[in-house]
Ligand binder design. Structure first.
Ligand SMILES: Cc1cc2nc3c(=O)[nH]c(=O)nc-3n(C[C@H](O)[C@H](O)[C@H](O)COP(=O)(O)O)c2cc1C
Length: 205
């Protein structure tokens, strides 16, 4: 698939078929993640690929399982009806979108600085770099005909995944990634379209 086609086709997929994902495909996709730009030339990212449903269940045990559209009403930062519609679809699926995926990929980044209390913008470089790798992974998955979703771990979710998989304390999880073959008619939530004509500036703002 051509690059712009993959970029245009990429969207969050939260409903999957039961099809497994071949190991070789996972390796190609993660190979693309390692081609991402990096702040310090190390790319000391690890990726844990969980395909075994029993391990997946353990990894995801901290993810809320019973969220409903009513929980979206408590999210006071939501102001726009399109944005609200997207949350109303996504929020109740936070557990199933990962649990029903062919694999949950857990990217890991080394905590070289305190990214939760950065002393300056450059202290977030390692975090920014791992997110570049996540976008590469997502685009490669799209080009391979797979779909992905993301969840940012909240509260004890990271610690639960650490207990389940045994990754060392010096690593943190930027997000969980669910990957699989999109189900027939898998919903792609409506998006607000950014008005590039208004938001693109030449020479001066
Ligand atoms: C930094 C970041 C955090 C996100 N966190 C979540 C999340 O916790 N749960 C979820 O379902 N989607 C999450 N998403 C996916 C967004 O909801 C999604 O990308 C957005 O609605 C745009 O839709 P699209 O991916 O279909 O273009 C996240 C995306 C990004 C970039």
């Amino acid at each position: 698939m051509e690059l712009y086609e993959a970029i245009n086709r990429r969207s969050s997929v939260r409903e999957f078929t039961d099809e497994a994902i071949p190991e070789e495909t996972v390796k190609r996709i993660i190979g693309a993640a390692y081609k991402a730009p990096t702040n310090d030339h190390f790319r000391d990212w690890h990726f844990i690929v969980v395909t075994d449903k029993a391990v997946m269940r353990e990894v995801l045990d901290g993810v809320p399982k019973n969220l409903t559209v009513k929980d979206v009403d408590k999210m006071t930062f939501i102001s726009d009806p399109v944005q609200k519609g997207a949350y109303q679809f996504a929020v109740p699926k936070q557990y199933s979108m990962l649990m029903d995926a062919a694999a949950v990929i857990i990217p890991l980044m080394k905590k070289k600085v305190d990214v939760l209390h950065p002393a300056g913008l450059s202290h977030l470089n390692c975090f920014a770099s791992v997110w570049c790798s996540i976008e590469n992974l997502w685009l490669a998955a799209t080009a391979e005909g797979y779909g992905c979703n993301l969840r940012i771990p909240m509260d004890g979710e990271e610690e639960q995944a650490r207990r389940a998989t045994g990754f060392p304390d010096e690593y943190m999880i930027p997000c969980f990634i669910g990957i699989g073959r999109p189900a027939d008619g898998a919903v792609r939530t409506k998006q607000l379209v950014a008005d590039m004509e208004k938001q693109l500036h030449w020479q001066r703002f």
